[in-house]
Design a protein around this ligand. Structure first.
Ligand code: AHR
Length: 497
């Protein structure tokens, strides 16, 4: 038996809702088909957005959406995506499948989507192939309400009032697809570009996100922070609010990643082992950030995370369409527990990507839609949003795995909301063995008011359009403060006095 000790008297960091954010790129069938079908589609929609998808996403309480990329962001010229649809420029999406991008989903459509979702907006600007002026004018177009050419253009295009841009990314992966830059060079460009990302509303400023490292590129973090913090007034913290980090769980390697649904128990553990690596990445990049920013004024924005497998057989390799199994539920449960535990530094994160691309919460096929195992984990974990992390630890947890690949059997995180309701989330990483768990709080009198579980008959159980509820949320049986956690499962419990 394992004991989960919770000290509900010790509130740690605030869990920013934005940690539960999403990412939607002009990639494959994410935006087009997955979210946006156009006003004239036979698929029910509101202003072009699929009603079924938006309804399902609202139940997740999506706090934030990042757009338009990704690699696409550094090729995107925002003026191509405004004005009457029949006059919008067409282009080839060279990064993703070589398909024609007709720009029918642009700034106005993104803002409309966020309005329907009731979420914050994270717009990613173009440094790789765009100009300072282009970036500056986009911000002016979206957020300025005075007299200016861009504010007037927005009004001519039918939107009188400015929108709220909550976060603005100054480039994406500028060490790679965003221009293949070196850290000093990007750092200097960041200083320049961000200067013209104007805050027209000091009461609700745009938070600026600087392009941080690829996985474990600690040299990028160090040199970039050195470049941005040098000769910058101390209280301006390198002129950034957040620094990004991108990390994908790839079971094998980029040439042969592995199948999303056909995998062995060894590959199960290999994948979960790689998901756990997120903890080390946050700690080590965080240590470097601490040297420049000991007050932790700058947050970490893990704005691309998730599992990346080989595409489903027969699909366009550039569309990154993959299935989603119980293993992905574990990747999500493990990763979100890590983010919660590091919520003093991690202030934003985006699962890649929202619909039909990589580790999606939703898959669509024509008018059909299904919720993936990952969806159900995010749904259970939604209670952590805006809560406070509590001190908690597991006692008597073994390691499990096969041969050299060892992982802790369980991971957890615990939070308390403003009403004093405690949320516990746990993941059992073992492919074969269950575990009995007992909750031990500092005070007496707590009882479980809600308990849910995501598990399956096999480690590769997944939902199909023929059987869409193979993996879903079920009731977890609890006796007092004790319960059995089956092999390969993620659970959520709510506790009240
Ligand atoms: O999410 C897919 C791609 O992965 C993004 O476009 C890019 O930023 C990353 O390399």
């Amino acid at each position: 038996m394992v004991t989960l000790k919770i000290n509900e008297r010790n509130k740690l960091s605030h869990i920013a809702p934005e940690i539960y954010g999403h990412f939607s790129e002009h990639l494959g069938r994410c935006i087009y088909e997955g979210i946006f079908v156009g006003e004239d589609s036979s698929i029910p929609n509101e202003n072009g957005m699929r009603t079924d998808v938006v309804t399902a996403l609202k139940a997740l309480q999506v706090p934030l959406l990042r757009w338009p990329g990704g690699c696409f962001a550094d090729e995107y010229h925002w003026q191509d995506g405004i004005g009457p649809k029949n006059t919008r420029k067409k282009m080839i999406n060279t990064h993703w499948g070589g398909v024609v991008e007709d720009n029918s989903f642009g700034t106005h459509e993104f803002m409309e989507l966020c309005r329907q979702l009731g979420c914050k907006t994270y717009v990613n600007g173009n440094v790789g192939s765009g100009t300072v002026r282009e970036m500056s004018e986009w911000v002016e177009y979206m957020t300025f309400d005075g007299v200016s050419p861009m504010a007037q253009l927005r009004q001519e295009n039918g939107h009188k009032d400015p929108w709220k841009v909550d976060y603005f990314g100054v480039g994406n992966e500028n060490w790679g697809c965003g221009g293949n830059m070196r850290p000093e060079y990007y750092g200097n460009l960041y200083r320049q570009y961000q200067t013209y990302v104007r805050n027209y509303h000091p009461d609700r400023p745009v938070q600026k996100i600087c392009c941080g490292p690829n996985v474990d590129d600690y040299e990028w973090t160090r040199i970039l922070l050195d470049t941005t913090f040098t000769r910058c007034p101390k209280d301006q913290h390198g002129q950034m609010d957040l620094l990004s980090l991108h990390y994908y769980v790839v079971p094998h390697n980029w040439e042969h990643k592995g199948s999303a649904t056909e995998f062995t128990p060894e590959e199960w553990y290999l994948t979960l082992h790689k998901a756990l690596y997120m903890d080390e990445l946050i700690r080590k990049h965080g240590q470097i950030m601490d040297e420049y920013d000991p007050e932790k004024a700058v947050g970490l924005s893990v704005d691309e995370w998730g599992a990346w497998y080989d595409v489903e057989p027969g699909t366009n390799p550039g569309f990154l369409y993959q299935q989603n199994s119980l293993r992905d539920a574990l990747v999500a449960g493990i990763t979100l527990n890590i983010f919660n535990k590091h919520s003093d530094r991690v202030r934003l994160a985006c699962l890649a990507q929202m619909v039909n691309v990589l580790q999606s919460v939703i898959l669509t096929e024509g008018e059909q839609m299904l919720l993936t195992p990952t969806y159900h984990v995010l749904h259970m974990y939604r209670y952590h949003q805006n809560a406070h992390l509590l001190e908690s630890s597991l006692e008597n947890v073994d390691f499990t795995g096969i041969d050299q690949i060892r992982v802790p059997k369980l991971t957890e995180s615990v939070s308390v909301d403003d009403q004093g309701i405690i949320t516990v989330t746990l993941a059992n990483l073992s492919a074969t063995e269950g575990e009995t768990v007992r909750l031990q709080l500092a005070q007496q009198g707590y009882r479980v008011t809600e308990a849910k579980i995501v598990s399956g008959e096999a480690i590769n159980s997944h939902n199909t359009f023929e059987a869409p509820e193979t993996v879903t949320e079920a009731q977890l049986k609890v006796e007092g403060l004790e319960f059995d956690l089956p092999a390969a499962s993620v659970v959520m419990l709510r506790l009240e006095k």
